[in-house]
Design a protein around this ligand. Structure first.
Ligand SMILES: [Fe+2]
Ligand SMILES: [Fe+2]
Length: 313
């Protein structure tokens, strides 16, 4: 197969793979309803127009970090119009690509609806702060960081990003301490997993069509990966809190996101690479070793802090 395909050529070559995977996705994805996962009977009016009760922190049964993580996950989902714009621009809105883009958007739309309904009904978060944060976050939008690169960079990014989002929702549910929240986020995470499989399969096909370019794309993306919600206000501080709680940290990123995708693609064992492809793979291997070292360092530091805290109490 020829390497150095044009974007249009690559999209065309991948169209049958998109169609097969779209059909597989539609056959696998189970319909579900967000409203079934929200404990509506716990809901009460807020102050303001309806003259109900203002939100205050003691109404929330969630820990501070569970709240932070749910807010980050929700704001991330809220930016869907920007994601839709980016992927519609990248993949187009025609044929199987277009069908996927719209279907994916509809499924993602469910996530923000479900999480917001849960948070407001259970008074888990400050609704005014949440709305203001949403306005700020959506006001800055989201831009595909790989616009100047190949479409393969975009496909590589979403393959890792969907898995990262899955893990983040799943672990947030687990630490929430609320079985209702846990169930809801498990459903959301299951959607993200199917999205990851779709994109990962495309990336696998790209490795067959254009192995050197696919390797370069994967290397660039793994080396520069940022969560989709990285533009959220105070994201740095929030992500440290989330990492300290073990919801999403470097160890998880390395072991449960980056490595599983690479292993599934057999990316590190790709044969027949040109010098450029080999160079990209060497860079990737070197980066993974450093990521692994950093992950270990972070976990050790966190353990030390936890031990000190335990000794003090
Ligand atoms: Fe989502
Ligand atoms: Fe997704």
């Amino acid at each position: 197969m020829t390497d150095r395909l044009t974007t249009a050529g690559l999209l065309l070559e991948l169209e049958p793979v998109v169609e097969t995977n779209l059909n597989r996705h539609l056959a696998t994805a189970k319909e579900w309803f967000p409203h079934e996962y929200v404990p509506w009977s716990q809901g009460t009016d807020f102050d303001g127009v309806l003259g109900g009760t203002a939100w205050s922190e003691e109404q929330s049964a969630l820990s501070d970090v569970a709240r932070t993580s749910l807010i980050v996950n929700l704001l991330t989902e809220d930016n869907l119009p920007s994601y839709h714009h980016e992927i519609a621009q990248m993949f187009g809105r025609d044929g199987a690509w277009g069908t996927w883009v719209h279907r994916w958007t509809a499924e993602e739309g469910r996530h923000g609806i479900a999480i917001r309904d849960y948070l407001l009904t259970t008074r888990a978060v400050d609704p005014i702060a949440l709305e203001r944060a949403r306005m700020v976050h959506m006001g800055t939008g989201f831009e595909n960081a790989y616009l100047d690169d190949t479409v393969l960079h975009g496909i590589a990014y979403v393959s890792f990003q969907e898995l990262a989002t899955r893990v983040s929702h799943r672990n947030t549910g687990k630490i929430s301490g609320d079985p209702i929240c846990d169930q809801l986020l498990a459903k959301v995470a299951a959607d993200e997993n199917l999205h990851m499989i779709f994109y990962r399969n495309l990336l696998g096909a790209a490795f067959e069509l254009a192995p050197n370019e696919a390797m370069r794309a994967v290397t660039d993306v793994v080396k520069t990966f940022q969560m989709p919600g990285h533009g959220i206000e105070n994201f740095g501080r929030k992500s440290v809190q989330i990492a300290m709680a073990g919801i999403y940290d470097l160890r998880i990123h390395h072991d449960e996101v980056v490595i599983p995708v690479l292993r599934n693609l057999k990316a590190l064992d790709t044969t027949g690479l040109s010098d450029d492809g080999e160079k990209a793979r060497d860079e990737l291997v070197e980066f993974l070793a450093e990521l692994d070292r950093q992950a270990t360092r972070f976990s050790e530091r966190r353990d030390k802090i936890a031990a000190k805290k335990a000794a003090r109490s």
